[in-house]
Ligand binder design. Structure first.
Ligand code: ZN
Length: 523
């Protein structure tokens, strides 16, 4: 072999042994490069073994990522290679790669095919040159696309294993659609003004995004709330996507919904503005992009209502920011809505903490069963559903097929002064004492709490929304007065409520929080 090498060296213009190795991880130095679109980033991972080079190219623009795996067979003559241009159906795709000097190679691609805009001929010539110190790779690229030509000068440097992250770049034309479908109606809870709503982010980009941060600003740019990393991930759901191991990772064409619930000091701001920051996972060096928008006017404060029931003691369940009511995004009549956004499932315990007696397998054993539900305000009965049989407690098989008209079971929707509806769901069949169109006064009896429709045990589901059924958007409300007498600390054991009672504390004009044990006026 040694003799052969000597022989080759006699005839070769450039000795084989002196040829450079391009192997390494390279990234574009945009400041030293020309002829490229704004925001363009390029990374190369090169593995070279003699005359064979594996080249993985990552191309990043605001609109998308392109990751291409190439093989350059240097000196092998013209070869057929797979064409890797999006949207191009290639009929011819040929590549010639060769050494042109000790430190230089030339790679020529010729592609003929069809694109959505018609026939296409693509010629790309790349001249690679490695600097003498091996620290810079310069690529001169000439591209001719069916008569239109472009020249770019790209300087790439060896990527450092780690480095300071690039500063966040504010991008007005970044392809993300931010929407707040229902601007918040402020309400009081825990002594503070609360803002509860959702921000939907849909990626219109070719390639993944990572939603890294969400800042909520008021009209003067003051920061009201800020979520990042795991804290943001915990607020996200991904409609239509089963696996949510990494909910902040948003593939092109998909969306994430951030469920916000935060308190502000003092009164609610007039407007809200949102700044969402996205990383580009395809690149280790790409700057994060910040998008500002989704400006909405905060609505008028929530309705003040009377109690939906009398006396006590009532447990407020499934009303927190992570509850299935709050996150119950359902499409009705072609629109995605959350009618149960502020629903509370109310259960009842006796003064000696019994939620039910006996085995809990009969509706009559439950303290809540048969309690009167009453009008929270003067209004007009908008919808009554009656005649749906009771469910067996603990059974996951409701007595009726659950659908849009039966989910609430025997129920009353009361139209309130502002046009919204108060819904009393899962009542007892035959217990409803009002008719559709009937005017009622605050405190009037409407029916009795039961266990009908989409319910697994007796309770009162109460919410306010913009429609009489599941077609509305859930609106917050506050009760003019209630007394907090305890806090739930776990699910009941053998019918006994689990929690701590406290000195009665009167609350005015607030929405009860999850797990509160509450006493209302009357009995
Ligand atoms: Zn419910």
């Amino acid at each position: 072999m040694r003799r052969l090498c000597t022989l080759v060296m006699l005839f070769a213009a450039t000795p084989l042994c002196a040829r450079v190795d391009f192997s390494g991880r390279w990234s574009l130095d945009a400041a030293r490069s020309t002829g490229l679109p704004p925001g363009f980033e390029q990374g190369l991972v090169v593995e070279q073994a003699g005359d064979s080079m594996k080249v993985k190219t990552t191309l990043i623009t605001d609109n998308g990522d392109r990751i291409v795996d190439d093989v350059y067979a240097l000196g092998a003559g013209e070869q057929d290679v797979p064409a890797q241009f999006p949207g191009v159906a290639a009929k011819v795709s040929k590549r010639t790669a060769r050494w042109t000097g000790e430190r230089t190679i030339e790679v020529r691609d010729h592609v003929e095919g069809d694109s959505p805009n018609g026939p296409l001929t693509l010629d790309i010539a790349r001249q690679w040159e490695l600097s003498a110190d091996g620290k810079a790779l310069v690529i001169e690229q000439d591209l001719n696309n069916t008569g239109f030509s472009n020249h770019s000068h790209r300087v790439l440097t060896q990527s450092a294993a780690s480095g300071a992250p690039a500063p966040v770049r504010t991008a007005r034309m970044f392809p993300v659609d931010l929407q707040v479908p229902v601007p918040p109606t402020p309400f009081r809870a825990g002594g503070k003004t609360q803002l509860v709503y959702e921000v939907h982010a849909t990626s219109l980009r070719l390639g993944d995004l990572e939603w890294k941060r969400l800042d909520v600003l008021d009209g003067d740019g003051r920061e009201l709330a800020s979520y990042a990393g795991e804290e943001l991930a915990a607020l996200l759901t991904r409609p239509g996507i089963a696996s949510i191991a990494a909910p902040q990772r948003i593939a092109g064409g998909t969306s994430a919904v951030a469920f916000l619930w935060f308190a502000v000091e003092g009164p609610a701001p007039a407007t809200l503005r949102h700044r969402a920051t996205f990383g580009i996972p395809a690149s280790a060096t790409a700057a994060d992009r910040a998008v500002e928008g989704a400006v909405v006017a905060v609505r008028a404060p929530a309705l003040v209502l009377g109690p939906p029931v009398r006396g006590g003691d009532w447990i407020a369940r499934w009303t927190g920011n992570g509850s299935f009511h709050r996150r119950g995004l359902m499409a009705v009549d072609g629109g995605a809505r959350i009618s149960q956004r502020f629903a509370i499932d109310w259960n009842c315990v006796t003064r000696d903490d019994r939620e039910w007696n006996g085995a809990g397998d009969k509706n009559e054993q439950y303290t809540v069963f048969g309690k009167d539900v009453i009008a929270v305000a003067d209004g007009v009965v908008g919808r009554v559903v009656d005649g749906i049989p009771l469910n067996q407690p603990g059974s996951m098989n409701p007595a009726v097929t659950v659908g849009i008209d039966t989910a609430a079971g025997d129920s009353v929707s009361l139209r309130l002064a502002d046009g919204s509806y108060a819904l009393y769901a899962h009542l007892q069949p035959g217990s409803i004492v009002v008719k559709e169109g009937q005017r009622v006064r605050r405190g009037d009896r409407l029916g009795k709490a039961g266990n009908s429709g989409n319910a697994t045990g007796p309770h009162l589901h109460f919410h306010v929304s913009s429609g009489p059924g599941l077609e509305g958007e859930g609106m917050p409300y506050v009760f003019d007065s209630f007394t907090v007498v305890g806090t739930e600390e776990g699910m009941p054991e053998e019918g006994k409520w689990k929690g701590k009672r406290n000195e009665p504390r009167e609350v005015h004009g607030e929405l009860p929080a999850e797990h509160m044990l509450v006493r209302f006026a009357g009995e």
